[in-house]
Design a protein around this ligand. Structure first.
Ligand code: GDG
Length: 734
């Protein structure tokens, strides 16, 4: 197996300049904190921005050297790029939009250009760093275009992508002017991971609607590649938090750092009080003002807690150049000031406010000293603080109040769940948390902690990497069977040597591309010319075999010298003969099925019924794609009893459902045709959808069977698109 290359906007460490010397400091934020433990243990290379802006080559070299022992490789960005790509498109466009803050979302062409440029820089750096067959794991919303940029230039790389923030519902995502580019960018990955099923579902819905891709369960077919989507709720380095908490609680006070001792002294002074803790980056998504309002309302409603409880509000400075963040800081400071002013006493501050980050030891001290963690983001991809708080509760005490809008709430079901927009709900949650009996606290924490311990950061990363590796196995079948130039050449030799050949060709998706309106898919001039040339080859029979109606086939090919099999085999017209129907029994069933289909047309705008002589077809290609899929399931369920009673079967094609008498299929029709042409010593069949599988299955073993596209097949070979089919057929005529 090749190496792993991790790429993210920030490296797990930052380089800062101190008195003309360079210093390494750990990066803040969930992604870096979480992934760096995995990185350390896996001999991977991490590519990202080191946080320093410099165009001096000398200094850049120094930075490179400084980062080498950390297995990190820097990308240098100019001030302007950082401003437009990072503060701009990443944090003023994608961040608010993906967190449903449409009112803060800025659309600026300049931001987009910088974003594209930086994504390109990342792609190039990754390409330079990687050897053939390496695995690349791209992180987060700052690099959404990188997967496609990599796949285009280096299809050999195995690309995974993980989104750490929510993926919004299509109704919000569609607002973005660059939505198509973003989706295409992501679809360059082989595996795309999300924290929760909802985010994955929203993403798939956008892919379906914007790209019209086929989606089967969690597999998207895009430009003849398969892209897998899956859910991996990110964990934390549980053991580190647990051990550190243990150490903190058992270490004699004299052995602690000065800052640590100060904190301890402070915590001691408040030991007769309950402590509530909240820790977040100062970000509008974290719901800090609402939390403060709830705390104020709590003090008002439950005055018995005055002087008995304090809220430690640790807010870490973040994106300080962006206007919304500056406004938020002011708002929070005003709220804290007014609550402390109104309720505080000489001995007691209701809110202890920090606007800075604290060292790791200090963080653990805060976690372990708090009776309640109050984490109420308005939207949060996951929220690792909630998990860290639980991991440090080594005595299993402590109560977690967690917003239902945080991804973590899906896993931490035993926590007190709140809607962060409902102040009343939060007030009652605080009261409940402060009065939860110890026994209940322990029960809840033991089960949540066990889960966090099991699915920790290593399990999470390994799970992602294992799934990414599996997609490689799944892809390899396609790659092995793909019609390479050598295989094509061998097949050509075989076809040329044969004395009598039959070539079965499906129509839609095989010789012609799909159109939204099936009637637009008429054969074009080059296609007629190609088929005529094929047909003119000596000892060669061309059979067009399709689900199309006999009328359409007759109009398009009736005067040609190709054999025609229409409606999946219900009608056959050999060269120079008339159309002959297969005996299909009586057709009284059509009346009752038509009624059912009509009700589906009424309830599914854009769908339509096509009536063929021996079958009825419900098309939903033009309907809302998700509604169409849902209705198709419903329809199959609805007509199941009618089908059994009338000896019918359902054929399900690409956004169509066809109902017809049992036993009519392309395989049976092809065999009947072959029984009338006994001298044949070379059979070839090409088709793209699953109705062609009947054909591939029934043909003799030695037949050359070719599947167009990437879906599972029993055919011997794969070919990419209808254009490649045409090119391949062209070579036969030369
Ligand atoms: C994004 C998504 C998702 C915080 N203050 C200090 C400090 N921290 C550490 C915490 C925690 C991390 O920062 C914050 O992680 P979150 O998950 O809560 O939030 P985001 O930074 O917004 O992260 C988020 C995450 O990515 C992972 O996918 O969960 O939803 O928004 O690890 O401990 N660490 C130290 N001092 C501090 O003052 N040492």
């Amino acid at each position: 197996m090749g190496r792993l290359i991790i790429a993210s906007n920030r490296l797990p460490v930052n380089i800062i300049e101190n008195d003309n010397s360079l210093e390494i400091v750990p990066s803040a934020g969930g992604l870096a904190t979480g992934l760096k433990s995995y990185h350390k243990q896996n001999n991977s290379v991490w590519i990202g921005w080191p946080g320093i802006i410099t165009d001096s080559t000398k200094k850049q070299k120094e930075v490179i050297k400084k980062l080498e022992p950390e297995f990190c490789s820097p990308i240098f960005l100019s001030e302007e790029l950082v401003s437009n790509y990072y503060d701009g498109f990443s944090n003023a466009t994608l961040w608010p939009l993906f967190h449903y803050f449409t009112q803060f979302t800025v659309f600026d062409e300049k931001y987009w250009d910088a974003y594209t440029e930086v994504n390109q820089l990342f792609a190039e750096a990754i390409i330079q760093e990687s050897r053939k067959g390496d695995t690349v794991w791209i992180q987060d919303y700052q690099l959404l275009l990188v997967p496609q940029m990599l796949k285009e230039k280096r299809p050999d790389l195995h690309v995974g992508f993980f989104l750490h923030i929510p993926f919004p519902s299509y109704e919000v995502f569609r607002i973005l002017p660059w939505r198509d580019e973003i989706i295409s960018g992501l679809l360059g990955a082989d595996l795309i991971g999300f924290h929760t099923y909802d985010y994955a579902r929203h993403f798939i819905s956008s892919v379906r609607r914007l790209k019209g891709c086929e989606v089967e369960f969690n597999k998207i077919t895009h430009e003849n590649r398969r892209v897998f989507v899956d859910v991996f709720p990110m964990g934390i380095d549980f053991q580190v938090f647990h051990d550190k908490a243990y150490e903190t609680q058992t270490k004699p006070i004299q052995e602690r750092s000065k800052e640590h001792r100060d904190l301890d002294k402070y915590l001691l002074e408040t030991s007769d009080r309950k402590l509530m803790l909240s820790i977040d980056r100062l970000d509008y998504t974290k719901g800090i003002p609402n939390r403060l309002k709830a705390f104020k309302a709590f003090l008002e409603r439950y005055p018995q807690y005055l002087e008995k409880v304090s809220l430690i509000l640790l807010t870490v400075p973040s994106r300080t150049d962006v206007e919304e963040y500056q406004n938020l800081r002011k708002e929070v400071e005003v709220l804290v000031g007014s609550i402390n002013g109104q309720y505080g006493t000489m001995q007691w501050s209701p809110i202890i406010f920090f606007y800075r980050s604290v060292p790791f030891d200090h963080l653990i001290e805060l976690y372990t000293s708090s009776d309640v963690a109050l984490l109420t983001p308005l939207r949060d991809g996951m929220n690792l603080v909630a998990k860290e708080y639980l991991a440090t509760q080594i005595n299993h005490k402590g109560v977690l109040i967690l917003s239902e809008m945080a991804g973590a709430s899906k896993e931490l079901g035993e926590a007190i769940s709140v809607n962060p927009n409902n102040i009343n709900d939060m007030v009652e949650a605080i009261y409940k948390a402060l009065t939860t009996p110890e026994k209940e606290q322990k029960e809840a924490n033991i089960s949540m902690r066990n889960r966090l311990k099991r699915y920790d950061i290593f399990a999470w990363a390994n799970d992602f990497m294992k799934t990414l590796d599996k997609t490689r196995e799944r892809l390899s079948e396609y790659q092995i069977k793909k019609l390479s130039p050598t295989v094509s050449q061998n097949l050509l030799t075989r076809i040329n040597k044969a004395k009598q050949r039959v070539i079965f060709l499906d129509y839609d998706g095989t010789l012609q591309r799909f159109y939204e309106d099936p009637l637009e898919a008429k054969p074009d001039k080059p296609l007629y010319a190609l088929l005529d040339k094929l047909e003119a080859l000596p000892q060669t029979e061309i059979v067009l075999i399709s689900g199309r109606s006999k009328e359409t086939f007759n109009e398009w090919f009736g005067s040609k010298k190709y054999h025609l099999i229409a409606e999946h085999g219900a009608w056959v017209k050999q060269v120079n003969t008339e159309w002959i129907p297969k005996n299909v029994g009586n057709l009284e069933w059509k009346e009752s099925i038509r009624h059912v289909l009509e009700s589906y047309v009424d309830r599914t705008p854009g769908s339509l019924i096509e009536e063929k002589e021996f079958s009825l077809v419900w098309h939903y290609r033009k309907a809302d794609i998700e509604l169409g899929v849902l209705r198709a399931l419903e329809l199959k369920e609805d007509i199941s009893s009618l089908i059994v009673n009338h000896n019918l079967e359902i054929l399900e094609g690409s956004k169509v459902i066809e109902i017809k008498t049992i036993g009519i299929n392309k395989g049976a029709a092809a065999l009947e045709f072959l029984s009338q042409h006994e001298e044949v010593d070379c059979i070839m069949a090409i088709g793209d959808d699953w109705t062609d599988e009947f054909l591939f299955k029934k043909l003799p073993q030695e037949a050359i069977t070719i599947k167009v596209g990437t879906n599972n097949t029993i055919a011997r070979y794969y070919i990419d698109t209808y254009k490649d089919v045409r090119n391949f057929l062209q070579t036969i005529t030369q």
